[in-house]
Design a protein around this ligand. Structure first.
Ligand SMILES: *Cc1c(COP(=O)(O)O)cnc(C)c1O
Length: 404
């Protein structure tokens, strides 16, 4: 499987420090190389960028608002808190930014079919949505356990014209759905593009997805400068694979005064076996086509992970985050289920926003951070998605009986 020539070396693109690369079977190497070349071309093509911007603005509802949460800022009694409202995008999260970019690219490459993995269903729904818009065939791979937990999203994808495959191998969850989608892609590349849903997988995916999500920090910078004339003191975002965080960090990485903070799912606590805190508890490994940090046992087998939030329930993290952690440019903190649920209720009552439970991991950290800062300082917190999908689970967590 691994030969010397399919490993991108340190001097070549596709590496973030020691992380990243292309650890894939020979059968995929040709297609991934073609994809990298096509992306390099269209990335610099003003016509492609103009088409993408038109879709982002007129279909996905960009730019998203940068909202000054004055009531919450006053209540916490420290820094000024701003929310970047990715929850207001079409389909309800940041995922659409990446999917529009990748499906447009696939179309330019002459593909007629897209496939994708999905955990909770958010990325599957976004992919099925854009496939419908662009007239592409669409098949989604989803773990069997997840298809049962998220039956409504399965039907949503079917309404949008996608075929959903229930994956029964392994633990029947997200990592197995990624394996199945990778296998399907290596079987059929001629007409098919694999729309990876986060800043992970073999190069060029991590850098390409970060580029497509970078619109988030590009807007934050413009919006905050226009309103306050300042850069933020801290940017806070939740981290599953790391795409919304990468998008929110991107244009601030080279601004040393801006603290970058990623919030991982600590589940029932990092000292239990039930969490997904990859940076805090993971180690270097190779999985899903990349070298990065993973939660794994001593034999290198990928551990089962847990979080109340299905979107953060991934045993790895994108290679650029692994590098930002190793070089200490970004900080990563663990937030437990309890803290996230309490933040879900808090932001609803305080600001009238029902935010995704994933995003509430970031909100929970803002509640700790803001009181330690001065009122002339600024925190921008990325609200990666809306929380309608989580209401039933939060009720269950609180022992309330409602209809699903
Ligand atoms: C998928 C998802 C996430 C986690 O994915 P990242 O790649 O880490 O951003 C976070 N929030 C929401 C709302 C999601 O749908």
């Amino acid at each position: 499987m691994l030969t010397k020539k399919n490993i991108v070396t340190k001097n070549k693109p596709g590496r973030f420090g020691e992380f990243g690369g292309q650890y894939i079977p020979e059968t995929l190497m040709h297609e991934v190389t073609k994809l990298a070349a096509a992306y390099e071309h269209y990335r610099q093509d003003p016509k492609f960028q103009a088409e993408l911007k038109d879709l982002l603005d007129n279909y996905a509802n960009r730019p998203s608002l940068l909202y000054h949460a004055k009531k919450m800022s006053a209540d916490l009694g420290g820094a000024q808190i701003y929310f970047k409202r990715e929850d207001l995008n079409h389909t309800g999260s940041h995922k659409i930014n990446n999917v529009l970019g990748q499906v447009l690219l696939a179309k330019k490459m002459g593909k007629t079919r897209v496939i994708a993995e999905t955990g909770a269903g958010q990325h599957g729904v976004a992919t099925a949505t854009v496939a419908a818009l662009m007239g592409m065939e669409c098949e989604i791979f989803m773990g069997e356990v997840d298809t049962k937990r998220q039956a409504l999203n399965v039907y949503r994808m079917e309404l949008l014209g996608a075929k959903v495959h229930s994956i029964t191998t392994g633990t029947g969850t997200l990592k197995d759905a990624v394996n199945a989608a990778m296998q399907e892609w290596s079987r059929r590349t001629a007409d098919t593009h694999y729309v990876i849903g986060s800043v992970m997988g073999p190069a060029p995916f991590p850098a390409m997805v970060a580029d497509f999500q970078s619109v988030i920090s590009q807007e934050i910078k413009q919006q905050l400068l226009a309103e306050t004339g300042k850069l933020p003191d801290a940017v806070v975002a939740c981290v599953g694979g790391g795409s919304n965080a990468m998008g929110a960090f991107y244009h601030f990485i080279s601004e040393p005064t801006v603290r970058l903070i990623g919030c991982e799912a600590a589940g029932k606590g990092v000292n239990t076996k039930q969490h997904a805190a990859t940076v805090e508890r993971g180690s270097t490994g190779i999985f899903h086509g990349m070298k990065s940090l993973f939660l794994q046992n001593d034999d290198g087998q990928i551990d089962q992970v847990y979080s109340i939030s299905a979107g953060l329930d991934y045993p790895g993290i994108g290679p650029q985050h692994a590098d930002l952690a190793a070089t200490k440019r970004a900080e990563y903190v663990g937030i437990t289920d309890d803290e996230a649920v309490s933040a879900f209720e808090y932001i609803a009552r305080e600001e009238g926003i029902i935010a995704a439970i994933e995003s509430c991991h970031a909100v929970a950290y803002v509640r700790k951070l803001a009181p330690t800062m001065r009122p002339d300082q600024i925190i921008v917190c990325n609200l990666s998605g809306r929380g309608d999908k989580d209401v039933a689970a939060i009720a269950r967590y609180r022992g309330k009986k409602i209809y699903d």
